[in-house]
Design a protein around this ligand. Sequence first.
Ligand SMILES: *[C@@H]1O[C@H](CO)[C@@H](O)[C@H](O)[C@H]1NC(C)=O
Ligand SMILES: *[C@@H]1O[C@H](CO)[C@@H](O)[C@H](O)[C@H]1NC(C)=O
Ligand SMILES: *[C@@H]1O[C@H](CO)[C@@H](O)[C@H](O)[C@H]1NC(C)=O
Ligand SMILES: *[C@@H]1O[C@H](CO)[C@@H](O)[C@H](O)[C@H]1NC(C)=O
Ligand SMILES: *[C@@H]1O[C@H](CO)[C@@H](O)[C@H](O)[C@H]1NC(C)=O
Length: 273
Amino acid sequence: MLGLLLLQVLASCLWLGHSEVVTSFGSCHGFFSDRIPPNNALNPQNPAWICQHFNNSYHYATLYDRDRRIPVYSAYKYEPGPGNRSKLWYAEPQVGVSPYSKDIDTEKSIRNRYKITLQQIGQSQAINQDYNNLQGLDRGHLSPSGHQSGNNSKWATFTLTNIVPQNSALNKGQWNIYQSKTMPQHTKDCTTTYVITGAVPGNTYISNNRVNVPSHIWSAACCQTNTIRRTWAVIAENNRNQVQNLTRSQLEGNLTQLYGRGQVSLFHSACPP
Ligand SMILES: *[C@@H]1O[C@H](CO)[C@@H](O)[C@H](O)[C@H]1NC(C)=O
Ligand SMILES: *[C@@H]1O[C@H](CO)[C@@H](O)[C@H](O)[C@H]1NC(C)=O
Ligand SMILES: *[C@@H]1O[C@H](CO)[C@@H](O)[C@H](O)[C@H]1NC(C)=O
Ligand SMILES: *[C@@H]1O[C@H](CO)[C@@H](O)[C@H](O)[C@H]1NC(C)=O
Ligand SMILES: *[C@@H]1O[C@H](CO)[C@@H](O)[C@H](O)[C@H]1NC(C)=O
């Protein structure tokens, strides 16, 4: 009986999600302040630009690193609201294996629909088994479900293209406090807030060198009030439960150093430094 129920739940989820992998953020510039994504200084060697799409609408944007199998960043509008977390994890059929349609999402349904193996799905992205047997690490959301409103938008964050191996103490501790307490404080008078949350690649990997463990997790926001714009930012080392408050330009300075690919710019200049 339980098995049957599970099957039904799975089956009903087969056709819901689909994301779109594009060669820039064409369909989802709306998730960036002034429709301007960060400059190229964050781009990895082998990027995928993902417009995260689920049940007929776009929910956020992700720049994905196919080699390290983690996102570089996810960008979204901060719109916390009611809804439920997903019980399933999704994969992106188009990252790596093409030319499959942009439809669907669970590993199981991707395998069945396209008659491909888990190995093929996992060629350029993380799969569920990479995240089994984690030690001291969690599945850390870059675009968190708590900053989205409604089941569809919350569920859309449960794709591994939005996930990095994040220090458990940090994820459940100070990072969670930043997301659930500090963000509401900072955004009290904001009418619109755009957020970019990213991960700096580290020197260690999980799952047989398949998935990189970031050295740092960072986040920046640009808020529009009725009269002005404000920005703020944070960074955390991914091996301890501590979050540093920074200005936008301080964070950009840190990222410029950490990525080493030129001066990083996260927002349009209309968002103050
Ligand atoms: C898909 O989205 C629509 C519109 O928000 C909603 O009515 C419907 O319930 C969703 N489907 C599922 C199965 O969540
Ligand atoms: C869905 O979330 C609401 C709060 O947003 C909660 O009250 C409810 O119990 C949840 N339902 C399920 C089935 O998890
Ligand atoms: C959201 O999903 C939960 C199950 O997780 C369901 O109980 C609830 O009715 C859904 N809410 C809406 C508005 O569809
Ligand atoms: C960072 O800023 C938030 C909000 O202003 C504050 O609550 C928190 O204590 C600050 N953290 C540190 C480490 O200064
Ligand atoms: C980020 O830069 C600030 C100076 O702007 C510095 O104090 C801080 O230690 C740096 N943090 C990291 C994690 O690099």
